[in-house]
Design a protein around this ligand. Structure first.
Ligand code: ATR
Length: 514
């Protein structure tokens, strides 16, 4: 069964909402009109119930069910606080108007006496009724969710089993993401067929994409162009389809993801899902923003996630999960790829082959200078050393460069050298200079601005935003071959993708794995 996508209409006029609904008709399985947005402007004083009835009928003509929602400010909506009586009267009027229409739903906040009374009146109506809780207080615990959520589900069961309970809670940590998944899965196991359980904010993203895994009836999504997001963390419908293939997910796909914090700008979900689709691999890859690694691990186990990318700040922390590791992880002490095996997690460092990939066709690389001695530099020094290249490390804090060399030296066939940071710009004879510090991300600074490029060096900067740092620009002007961090990102991602795909029995990766 395909997953259902509800397009939220948050325009401030009927015309704006209708136009968004038409634009997204092919992606929408249903619409939610947010009446509170219509009533948030001065012009709304002229809106009559008859205008709204006409509007809902126009929406229904687009051939999709319609949810009517008028959310109060305290529940994350924009309905003016001083016009609560008006909100009640509109909801009551619309509920009565559409009570025999099986294509219309109405969202009634649970625990508001007038709306509880209205719900009772609608027990035998054909109209769908959502009983909802929205909470923006993110200080809740899994126990709070159980108590509150059970209260809602039991009350709704008592009102009418065909009513749809909805609970949307703001999440501020992955332990809460996990609690939401567990809550939904437990309700499904108890026989609830129709409900909505979701986490708001970036931590809740997976609960919005994996609706079949959690048991939710549909996901809510606001078009970026169509008005403000109806709730925090909602994705644009096109993003849901283009990045995650949302509507085509069946709930049987193998799960993968990335652990890190923050992840909102990560390009990995698009990259991996594109690759899975391009070879017809039945997998889906999600960002799992992770503040707490132990809770993250539990969620990965609950969901049966089979492979993970790992990024800042967890590349060292996940090493304690490993039952097995490749040489790169052992030497560098950082792991950016996890693959689930029968015995537990195996760790790989795909940054190393990823970094080397764009150098594969460069001839005559005998002497390399590495700027920086942080986590990224460790992988680079190890990779270059393994290739038999003579590597010199220079770092603003000399002690870090020395420590790096001492730790990696036992794993490498060549001698690692150190160079003073202030003297490095006046040296010559490098075939390759690799920039691993964060300097240059601002598009203005160059940590090696005193160096005179000869035009013979390969200049490699791990930064890819901006595409061309001042470091690369000066090197290019001098006639050097330049490489930014994007091929490394792609290279490490390709290695990960092959590792992930070869987990599926019978599915052969497109090229032999590392
Ligand atoms: P990463 O894992 O991305 O490498 P990191 O471990 O924090 O991040 O390392 C950052 C590197 O950038 C270090 O080599 C750091 O130098 P110090 O060890 O002296 O801190 C370097 N770096 C950061 N800001 C810098 C600056 N303004 N000038 C020179 N080097 C800088």
């Amino acid at each position: 069964m395909a997953q259902k996508l509800c397009v939220c209409l948050t325009g401030s006029t009927i015309q704006a909402q209708l136009s968004t609904a038409r634009e997204y008709q092919t992606l929408a399985h249903l619409y939610e009109t947010r009446l509170d947005f219509l009533f948030s402007t001065e012009a709304s004083s002229f809106l009559l119930v008859s205008d709204l009835v006409l509007f809902v009928n126009q929406l229904l003509q687009l051939g999709r069910p319609v949810i009517l929602t008028a959310r109060h400010r305290k529940d994350g909506g924009v309905w003016p606080g001083d016009k609560e009586a008006w909100r009640m009267s509109i909801l009551v009027s619309l509920a009565k108007e559409f009570s025999t229409n099986g294509k219309v739903y109405i969202d009634l906040d649970w625990g508001v006496p007038e709306l509880d009374a209205l719900a009772k009146e609608l027990v035998n109506a054909s109209l769908g009724v959502l009983r909802s809780i929205h909470s923006f207080d993110s200080s809740w615990t899994p126990k709070d969710l159980e108590e509150r959520g059970n209260g809602l589900f039991e009350a709704v069961e008592g009102e009418a089993r065909r009513f749809i309970p909805k609970i949307a809670l703001a999440c501020e940590g992955i332990a809460q993401t996990r609690a939401i998944f567990r809550f939904g899965q437990e309700k499904r196991a108890r026989g609830f067929r129709s409900f909505l359980v979701l986490g708001m904010g970036e931590y809740g993203l997976a609960t919005r994409v994996l609706t079949q895994w959690i048991g939710s009836e549909w996901t809510y999504s606001t078009p970026l162009q169509g008005g403000p997001a109806a709730a925090p963390g909602q994705l644009d419908p096109r993003t849901l389809e283009e990045v995650y293939g949302y509507s085509n997910l069946k709930g049987t796909e193998t799960l993968f993801g990335i652990l890190g914090n923050p992840l909102s700008h990560s390009k990995s979900p698009q990259f991996h899902n594109d690759r899975f689709r391009s070879v017809g691999f039945p997998g889906v890859y999600l960002p799992f923003r992770t503040d707490d690694l132990a809770a993250g691990r539990q969620l990965m186990d609950d969901l049966g996630v089979k492979g993970l990318s790992v990024t800042i700040p967890h590349k060292e922390g996940v090493i304690s999960w490993l039952v097995d590791r490749d040489d790169g992880v052992a030497a560098v002490g950082a792991c950016n790829t996890l693959v689930r095996t029968d015995r537990g997690w195996k760790g790989y460092n795909s940054d190393i082959p990823g970094f080397l990939a764009p150098l594969a066709h460069q001839k005559g690389l005998l002497r390399a200078l590495v700027l920086g001695a942080g986590g990224a530099a460790r992988a680079i020094v190890f990779g270059l050393g393994k290739m038999g290249i003579e590597v010199t490390v220079t770092n603003r804090t000399p002690q870090r460069a020395q420590e790096l060399n001492e730790e990696l030296q036992p794993y490498l066939p060549t001698t690692l050298l150190n160079l003073d940071w202030t003297q490095a710009p006046s040296t010559t004879g490098w075939d390759l200079i690799v920039q691993t510090t964060s300097v240059g991300m601002d598009g203005k600074s160059d940590p090696f601005d005193l160096y005179e490029w000869t035009g013979k060096e390969v200049a490699y900067d791990l930064i890819y935003t901006p595409e061309q740092t001042p470091f690369l620009l000066r090197a290019q002007r001098a006639g050097c071959i330049t490489i930014n961090g994007w091929p490394m990102f792609e290279g490490q991602g390709q290695v990960q993708s092959r590792l992930f795909r070869r987990l599926t029995p019978g599915f052969l990766p497109d090229i032999t794995c590392v």
